[in-house]
Design a binder for this molecule. Structure first.
Ligand code: ZN
Length: 145
């Protein structure tokens, strides 16, 4: 088990060190932001839609390691997804961080299962996901960069 814990720890450290899809997205058509004042985290998610699906996704933000690693991982999970698919991914992620239940198969999102022991950090982990769902629910319009 401790090998698996180490592996999950490594996932979070890796996303912190080398955040995926970080920075403003040129030609983004949807954007939404959120913040978590109790921890000082903030996150903006940019989307470029391809029909019903997320063609490209990026995030900008600052805050604790959990919030930043979660945002990076979220972008890799939601790329290519529709709103319905993204909502179901988010439901699964929320379940992991609130109950600590890990999916049967190895999944990078399961790295956040340990968050359930620290209820104050659940908002850190879900901040970027909320922003992504908010952005997905908006109509397409040019985003000023
Ligand atoms: Zn935080």
């Amino acid at each position: 088990m401790s090998d698996l814990t180490d592996l999950y720890q490594a996932v979070i450290l890796d996303h912190n060190k080398r955040p995926r899809n970080r920075g403003k997205l040129p030609q983004a058509t949807r954007v939404a932001s959120g913040d978590n004042p109790t921890c000082g985290d903030n996150c903006t998610v940019y989307l470029k839609m391809e029909g019903e699906k997320i063609g490209e996704i990026s995030f900008e933000g600052s805050g604790c390691a959990i919030s930043q690693a979660s945002a990076s991982l979220m972008t890799t999970q939601l790329q290519g997804k529709t709103l319905a698919e993204a909502e179901s991914e988010f439901d699964e992620f929320k379940n992991i961080v609130t109950t600590g239940e890990e999916p049967a198969d190895f999944s990078e999102v399961a790295a956040f299962a340990g968050v359930h022991a620290f209820p104050a950090r659940i908002k850190c982990a879900t901040l970027s996901w909320h922003a992504a769902i908010d952005a997905l629910n908006k109509p397409d319009q040019p985003v000023e960069n």
